[in-house]
Design a protein around this ligand. Structure first.
Ligand SMILES: Cc1ncc(COP(=O)(O)O)c(C=O)c1O
Length: 383
């Protein structure tokens, strides 16, 4: 069986370093906070170029902390992409806000700035832009809109820690300011095990360049306390374990090597699908998610759009290749956001938006640095 994400292969490769780091924490008697967590926060800041990094218990908590820090109030509207994992919309609704769903671009599958613009109203406070499947959202356009209407941006880089937007003037990777987690007023990531930078449980982090916002995130994450047993605002308990921090410090040292292999794997798939489409009728073609000009991707997923998904899935099943459908239902069709039961999930309307169009076609393939993509392609060629 080919795993969708080969976490055991990764552990095998780093076993010596991981076991040493894990043992040091277990022997230290310090399991919450402490030097491992502080060291990780410094290293994440050095990597991303964002001066303030605050680790927490998950990506979902990181989004909640960001929204609480930006003082989202009941009735406020937040524009989120219609096609993504539920967390950004869920966290907004959890705090009493109203998620408003923006459509996506059919090629990059990222939130569409044109759609965002049409949804701004009196109650709009901000935008949560998701770096879907590993490439950054179109932040240049989104920032222009946010500045024009006085909105904040939360960058959800749960799938994209390590992604970059290259400097088009030089055509080369630029300063840290062009790395994921540097584009939001507050940015977040997730360390869920299968993420490009994942730990061995739940974990997340919040990033900001603004010292006052950073202080507020830290206060809210620690029960709203500004001193021992002195609680000035209502907060929550959200923290990363020292053991997870130690694991992440090891994996962070290897992140760039892994991202390079993910890019090579994606290039192999790109080439294969180019050849495949050249000899396949249009109605059976399979088109990879477009990586926008100037973007790099962490390839959290290698996602394709299959014109006839059932046919492509039959091929994958015949070849024994695992796949996922990220995501089968646009958020506006979820029952928790008020879609009538009859409209929840599939079937979707015939003339729906791009999010519906994509959710009928997407298929994600294994792409991590410990996946034998050449082997997968060989199986695809013979099935
Ligand atoms: C885009 C996005 N945002 C937020 C999250 C939530 O992260 P976590 O699972 O760590 O809570 C995820 C997790 O899959 C995600 O993909």
């Amino acid at each position: 069986m080919i795993p969708f994400v080969n976490l055991t292969g990764q552990r095998e490769k780093y076993r010596f370093e991981l076991e040493k780091a894990e043992r040091a924490v277990l022997d230290s008697g310090c399991y919450i906070g402490g030097p491992e967590v502080s060291a990780l926060e410094k290293e994440l800041s050095a990597y991303s170029g964002v001066p303030h990094t605050l680790t927490c218990a998950s990506g979902t908590d990181a989004l909640t902390l960001a929204l609480m820090t930006l003082q989202l109030q009941p009735g406020n509207e937040v524009i989120v992409p219609d096609f993504t994992f539920i967390a950004p919309a869920e966290c907004c609704a959890f705090l009493g806000g109203t998620p408003v769903f923006a459509d996506i671009d059919r090629e990059t599958l990222q939130i569409s700035p044109e759609s965002v613009r049409t949804l701004i109203g009196k109650r709009t406070k901000g935008i949560i832009a998701v770096n879907l499947f590993g490439q950054c959202a179109p932040f240049k356009e989104l920032r222009k809109i946010a500045d024009e209407f006085g909105l904040w941006i939360i960058e959800d880089a749960a799938q994209a820690f390590g992604a970059r937007i290259l400097d088009s003037t030089k055509g080369s990777p630029t300063s840290h300011n062009n790395k994921a987690c540097a584009f939001g007023d507050i940015s977040i990531t997730s360390f869920y095990p299968s993420k490009p930078l994942g730990c061995y449980g739940d974990g997340g982090a919040v990033f900001t360049k603004d010292e006052a916002l950073a202080q507020r995130v830290r206060t809210i994450a620690n029960h709203g306390s500004i001193g021992r047993y002195d609680h000035q605002i209502v907060g929550m308990n959200s923290r990363l374990d020292a053991l997870q921090a130690a694991v992440l410090r090891v994996k962070l040292r290897h992140l760039d090597e892994e991202l390079a292999v993910r890019e090579q794997n994606a290039a192999l798939y790109d080439l294969f699908f180019e050849e495949y489409n050249a000899s396949t009728p249009k109605e059976l073609q399979v088109v990879p998610q477009k990586i926008a000009e100037g973007n790099t991707s962490t390839y959290a997923q290698y996602t394709v759009l299959a014109e006839n998904r059932d046919y492509f899935i039959q091929k994958l099943n015949a070849a024994g290749i695992p796949y996922c459908i990220h995501y089968p239902t646009p958020l506006h069709s979820q029952g928790c956001f008020g879609a009538p039961i009859a409209e929840c999930g599939t079937p979707l309307s015939a003339n729906g938006n791009n999010a519906e169009w994509a959710s009928r076609r997407v298929v994600s393939l294994p792409v991590c640095a410990f996946t034998n993509v050449s082997g997968i392609i060989a199986k695809l060629r013979t099935n």
